[in-house]
Design a protein around this ligand. Structure first.
Ligand SMILES: [Zn+2]
Length: 347
């Protein structure tokens, strides 16, 4: 997804949390910094953030699945019932997969595994790593952050204020996390076929389609004032207006939020396992967009151009993908955010 889309998803997630109403303190932390989401949610893909090679590859923005031929068949096979139950009916992706008839029993019976470039280098690990660090950084919050979290920080009196996490910094970490959570929902990020690689006719075009729908209003230059690197998140529009603008975009994607309480992770999941299941669901969606009987997994020459499989050629599937990806990217962002917040503030 492109910068504007990541920006919209993060801002819309704040609005969703505000509308849901269960975590007013978390909204209080994030909302004043809403405009900064246009920078923060894009940091992980920003070329400048790859300085020194720390984020030199985008490989841990993906977990690309493919058929698995090893001995651990059981471990890498998930039935349709199991996956849709573990993804949960609050997600449009699970609702869609439940109804779907294009992926047959034979497809679900195959074990699939991520094509991981180096051991551990994949999207759910990145999400787990960042989430774990965020809990620690929130616990070390400055007075403003600390006032939002119950309990005492008895060690804090021995610390200089400067080393405690400022509210704006905490908000920035939340926005960075939203980037990875949104990346899970992009089907091409979870499909190891060459046709899902960037620049092969589908991935880039699908992202450009979303970017056009989001529009320029969510670009950082339109939400933040360029301060020459000093305080680039100074206000242009106020947070109330920015959140309203984000809600207004729902129609363009055909998104309807249920109004139900944002649930926690599936029982028995940690952040890592929840993310793994979401990647598997995203891979299933990629396999509906470009069906494997037409575009076999092993075929390096197969391409599924956007204009052939989606776009005007397939308006019904296009509308379903828009709704599912954007609804779930926003819901997942709010859900992971809320989970981390609850870990710090309730246990
Ligand atoms: Zn990314």
């Amino acid at each position: 997804m492109n910068q504007r889309t990541h920006s919209w998803i993060a801002i819309r997630a704040i609005a969703l949390l505000e509308d849901e109403g269960s975590e007013p303190e978390l909204v209080e932390l994030l909302k004043p910094h809403a405009r900064m989401a246009s920078v923060g949610a894009w940091i992980p893909d920003d070329a400048d953030a790859k300085r020194g090679g720390a984020g030199a590859s985008t490989e841990n923005h993906v977990l690309k699945m493919e058929p698995y031929h090893g001995a651990q068949t059981e471990r890498f096979t998930t039935s349709k019932d199991f996956l849709t139950e573990h993804v949960g009916s609050h997600r449009v992706t699970a609702q869609y997969l439940k109804e779907d008839a294009t992926l047959n029993d034979a497809w679900w019976a195959v074990p699939y595994r991520g094509d991981v470039p180096k051991p551990g280098q994949h999207l759910p690990n990145r999400i787990m790593g960042l989430s774990t660090m965020m809990k620690d950084l929130l616990l070390m919050g400055d007075r403003e952050v600390d006032a939002l979290i119950p309990g005492d920080l008895r060690f804090a009196r021995y610390l200089h204020d400067d080393i405690r996490t400022a509210a704006a910094a905490a908000a920035a970490y939340y926005f960075m996390l939203s980037h990875f959570v949104a990346d899970i929902c992009m089907p091409c990020h979870c499909d190891a076929r060459k046709l899902s690689a960037y620049g092969e006719g589908l991935h880039k075009e699908l992202e450009a389609h979303w970017s056009r729908t989001v529009g320029t209003a969510f670009e950082k230059k339109n939400l933040c004032v360029d301060q020459g690197g000093l305080s680039g998140s100074e206000r242009k529009a106020d947070s109330e207006q920015i959140l309203a603008m984000a809600r207004f975009k729902d129609d363009a994607f055909g998104v309807r939020f249920s109004g139900a309480e944002i649930p926690d992770l599936h029982k028995g999941h940690d952040i890592w396992l929840e993310a793994i299941h979401l990647c598997r669901a995203s891979f299933a969606i990629a396999s509906i967009i470009a069906p494997c009987d037409q575009y076999p997994y092993g075929d390096k020459n197969a391409r599924a151009p956007f204009d052939t499989v989606l776009g005007d050629a397939n308006p019904e599937l296009m509308a379903a993908i828009d709704h599912m990806v954007m609804h779930d990217a926003v819901l997942n962002t709010a859900l992971f955010w809320k989970h981390i917040w609850n870990k710090v503030s309730k246990e």
